[in-house]
Design a protein around this ligand. Structure first.
Ligand SMILES: [Fe+2]
Length: 229
């Protein structure tokens, strides 16, 4: 029933792969991973190029919402992984390929998974990716635990909830509470809902760019810059 109104977009081109030969000349298929510099450039290009778009049904832009979320994480003394997760928690709405399903007027369906996968491919740590993936589950959890929470949600957030699976049931909620990032996911949700203040100046993005670069240099491990011969 939920999928009845999903708008399907044209299929995207297949992912690019590098074919590398080992010493015995057997082909090995390896995914390309961008360098920390390339990955930082890519994600900030998306954030700044598409960040002026409206944050679905809310009075702020995408980039205002992202930066306000990150500043709240900073204000609470969180580490850089949490700050980056807050900054990029909705990147799935902006980075989605044309074949992703959409919620009409409300962005990309499963944007939290799209965003988590995108960050993972760029080399972000598991903690960042899991926090991004969890911010929608936190809403589903809170609507199960507290009826008043549902009533306080914005109209847009209530509408997306039904697309996102609605309230958790008791088993889902128990499993979610046991997640190793449960407390931080609750925080992410809190910032997500509060980061809708109008006419707040944007911070200097260079600070976040450097934070992102530091993080990727620390966590992205080995990567391939060139197609193998
Ligand atoms: Fe958000």
């Amino acid at each position: 029933m939920v999928n009845r109104h999903i708008k399907r977009r044209p299929q995207a081109a297949p992912k690019m792969l590098v074919f590398q030969r080992n010493a015995a000349s057997f082909p090995i298929v390896m995914p390309i991973r961008k360098s920390p510099e390339q990955a930082t450039e890519e994600i900030f290009d998306i954030l700044t190029r598409r960040g002026q778009e409206a944050y679905f049904g809310e009075p702020v832009s995408q980039i205002e919402h992202a930066c306000q979320s990150a500043r709240m994480a900073e204000a609470e003394g969180c580490d850089e992984e949490v700050i980056l997760a807050a900054l990029f928690h909705d990147i799935g709405h902006l980075c989605a390929l044309p074949n992703e399903d959409e919620m009409p007027g409300l962005g990309i369906l499963r944007h939290e998974q799209v965003g988590g996968n995108f960050l993972s491919k760029l080399g972000f740590s598991e903690k960042v990716c899991r926090l991004v993936e969890g911010h929608v589950q936190a809403k589903r959890y809170l609507t199960f635990k507290n009826q008043q929470y549902f009533e306080k949600l914005s109209e847009a957030s209530r509408q997306t909830l039904s697309w996102q699976g609605g309230k958790m049931d008791a088993d889902e909620a128990a499993a979610f509470e046991a997640h190793f990032l449960f407390e931080l996911m609750m925080k992410m949700r809190q910032w997500d809902e509060a980061a809708k203040e109008v006419e707040q100046p944007l911070p200097d993005l260079e600070k976040y760019r450097q934070m992102c670069l530091r993080h990727l240099r620390r966590h992205s491990g080995m990567y391939l810059l060139h197609a193998a011969a």
